[in-house]
Write a protein that binds this ligand. Structure first.
Ligand SMILES: Cc1cc2nc3c(=O)[nH]c(=O)nc-3n(C[C@H](O)[C@H](O)[C@H](O)COP(=O)(O)O)c2cc1C
Length: 147
């Protein structure tokens, strides 16, 4: 099985709705083992082939918990090189968080990032949820080896 993690932070539920749709999209791809969670230990993180991170923007930044999480991963030399990374999140007016996450995944952890950040203003409507589903599906499909 190919393993994909959707790891998210959401205070009022908007990014959580996005995360559920991303996970659903990934699950629509055959052979995909998808975990949806707001926490994952660093030891377990290395067991995933892809990490799709969902973060709401607060104070023009990513959540402090995620900042510390990635700092700890860097200090402990957690090896994510070559794994697939993507990011999304709800925002109100500036929406920096998913972009910041992608920069870290790509530049610090040398993950393979192909999708641009997916940002949705406040609560996702059906069109937004479809975009989230599409993101999850495309990331999952990219993990399936072509024969
Ligand atoms: C105290 C506070 C600070 C915020 N700061 C920002 C911000 O700097 N930029 C932005 O785009 N949205 C900001 N927002 C809006 C949130 O990103 C938005 O409400 C989002 O939908 C929350 O997602 P969540 O329900 O997943 O937590 C802020 C909201 C609050 C309550």
């Amino acid at each position: 099985m190919t393993r994909l993690l959707v790891l998210y932070y959401s205070r009022t539920g908007n990014t959580e709705k996005m995360a559920k749709a991303v996970a659903e999209g990934a699950r629509s791809v055959m052979g995909m083992d998808v975990e949806l969670n707001y926490y994952m230990s660093l030891e377990e993180l290395v067991g995933y082939d892809a990490m799709v991170v969902g973060v709401a923007t607060y104070h023009h930044d990513m959540p402090v918990t995620f900042k510390s999480y990635f700092e700890e991963a860097a200090v402990k030399n957690v090896n994510l090189k070559g794994k697939t990374g993507a990011a999304f999140g709800s925002y109100g007016w500036s929406g920096e968080a998913p972009k910041l996450i992608l920069e870290i995944l790509k530049n610090k952890f040398e993950m393979n990032v192909t999708e641009p950040p997916l940002s949705i203003k406040y609560t996702p409507d059906q069109i937004g949820l479809d975009k989230c589903f599409g993101l999850g599906r495309r990331v999952a499909e990219s993990l399936i080896p072509r024969t």
